[in-house]
Every structure is written in structure tokens, then in C-alpha cells.
Ligand binder design. Structure first.
Ligand code: HEM
Length: 252
């Protein structure tokens, strides 16, 4: 699972398997050389990221840190209703390099993410899809392996990630299906992807002061809303991460 969680965009994966798609028995030979390239890229990323993440986890453990200041702190401090950490160290490492790094690589910091970027933002899409795995089917262990774990990589496929938030084999269906199913699947999916991508691209997020060191993810008993809703206070919580001229409105 750890290895799978470090697999990167569907495009890379697609190339890796191109020549072996028709002759699967050649897979281990890595004839295209793509597997070697990807492994080396991962090795470099891990070399720089892992020590920083390990050190920060340690700081939280020994009490040197108790106030989340950035996304890494937030991921480390996420706890379930019983106070147990939601993400393991490896899961944090896999998350931290994914969506935001991908946006910076694809769109850069001098312009906002655009719809034409979506085919290259597979890690952003898988995070949204994972968040859309609703109750019942979306949390059924017969349908999803470890359904209660946040594992966006489960949506990565060899041929990329769907541009909509639907599942062909109906393993979750947020838009309903059939005759009375949603008519706005593409628009709805696009708006959700865009909102999430720009929130990640434009701001570094942290927990509002006064909320305590962790985000309580417990749900309300009779709905899927958070029992203690998370209030995003723009100035204190969202720190701009792009040059001022990129934002369409003046940020005060
Ligand atoms: C993330 C965004 C959206 C979600 C999760 C969503 C979800 C749904 C669901 C679950 C239904 C079925 C309701 C039922 O069974 O009674 C539905 C129906 C519908 N949706 Fe959406 N929707 C979204 C966005 C949109 C957008 C952007 C449009 C149009 C621009 C749209 C147009 C419709 C229409 C017209 C129906 C009724 C279809 C019918 O009864 O024939 N939806 N939507």
C-alpha cells in the first residue's frame, strides 16, 4: 500500500504501462525505462520531504509543538472521535507531496489554476473523489478496501482519473443515477474540482485560533456534517501563497 500510495499521476503511470499493456508478462523488465525514471524521481522527493516530516511528527510527540501552523501540522494533528491520529506517518508523506505540489508544477504560482489544467491534476481529482465517497456504499468494506481511511490513491487508475465525480461501476454515486440522475454532472464536478484546486493553490491553511490543536472530525449523529463545524476565518486561517497580483481581488 505504501508503494502504491507513492505512485504519481495517471499520465506517468499510463506511460509506464504502455508497452506492457499488450504483453503483461514483460512488465517486470521495465523495457520503456519509465519505471526507473519514476523510482528515481520518487527517491529525490522522499530524500527532501521525509526528514522534515519525521522531525515535525517528533516535535508533536514530545510536546515541542502544539499549535498547527501549516498543512503539515494539520495533517499530523488530525484525530478521530476517540483521539487517535487519523493519518500514519507514511500517509502524511504521501499526501504532502501530492495535490499542492502538483498544482505548483502544472500551473505555477504566476497564474490561477484553469479548467484546461484538470487533465494534469490527477492528485487534486483523487482527493476530491475520496472526499465524495459518501456514507453507505462509499463506506462499505465490501466495496472499498479500508473504507474509513483517507486514501485518495485508491482512485488512481492506469488510464488517469475521471474528469467527473461519478463512478462507472457505481461504487459511489453522489449524483444519483438513471433517468432522474443529475443532469449537471460535468458542471458540478468541474466547479468542485476548481474550488478545491484554487483553495489549495491560493492559500496555506491552518486551524483557526481557539479551535484547539486538532480538528475534530466526528460527524453529527443524524447527518454527515461535522458535529463541530470547522469555521474558516479568512485572514487568520488562510495565508496567501501566491504573489498579490495573481489574485483577482485585493486581499487585505
Ligand atoms: C457537486 C454538484 C452536484 C451534485 C452533488 C448533484 C447531485 C444531484 C443528485 C443526487 C440528484 C438526484 C436527486 C434525486 O434523485 O432526487 C440531482 C439531480 C439533478 N441535478 Fe444535480 N448535482 C450537482 C450539480 C448540478 C448542477 C451544476 C446542475 C445543473 C447545472 C444540476 C442539475 C440537476 C438536475 C436538473 C437534476 C434533476 C434531474 C431529474 O430529476 O431528471 N446538478 N443532482
Amino acid at each position: 500500500m505504501r508503494v502504491a500510495s507513492r505512485q504519481y499521476s495517471g499520465n506517468v503511470t499510463k506511460q509506464m504501462f504502455f508497452s506492457t499493456r499488450y504483453i503483461p508478462m514483460l512488465k517486470g523488465l521495465d523495457l520503456d525505462g519509465h519505471e526507473k525514471v519514476v523510482k528515481e524521481a520518487l527517491r529525490v522527493v522522499e530524500k527532501y520531504h521525509d526528514p522534515i516530516i519525521d522531525e515535525r511528527i517528533q516535535q508533536w510527540k514530545n510536546g515541542q509543538k502544539c499549535d498547527p501552523e501549516d498543512l503539515l501540522d494539520v495533517l499530523i494533528s488530525l484525530k478521530d472521535g476517540k483521539g487517535n491520529p487519523i493519518l500514519t506517518a507514511d500517509e502524511i508523506k504521501a499526501q504532502i507531496v501530492k495535490a499542492t505540489e502538483e498544482i505548483d508544477r502544472v500551473a505555477g504560482k504566476e497564474r490561477l489554476v484553469e479548467e484546461s489544467d484538470f487533465p494534469k491534476l490527477n492528485n487534486v481529482k483523487v482527493c476530491v473523489r475520496e472526499a465524495f465517497s459518501r456514507s453507505a456504499l462509499g463506506r462499505n468494506p465490501k466495496v472499498w478496501e479500508e473504507p474509513l481511511k483517507f486514501k485518495p490513491e485508491r482512485h488512481l487508475k492506469q488510464d488517469g482519473v475521471s474528469l467527473t465525480l461519478t463512478e462507472a461501476d457505481l461504487r459511489f454515486f453522489s449524483f444519483s443515477t438513471g433517468l432522474r440522475g443529475c443532469k449537471g454532472i460535468h458542471l458540478g464536478s468541474t466547479v468542485v474540482f476548481m474550488l478545491f484546486a484554487r483553495l489549495l493553490q491560493c492559500f496555506s491553511w491552518s486551524i483557526p485560533p481557539g479551535n484547539g490543536p486538532t480538528i475534530d472530525m466526528t460527524e453529527e449523529e443524524d447527518s454527515m456534517f461535522m458535529a463541530k463545524p470547522l469555521v474558516a476565518v479568512a485572514v487568520a486561517v488562510a495565508k496567501p501563497r501566491l504573489p498579490a497580483h495573481v489574485y483577482p481581488v485585493h486581499l487585505t
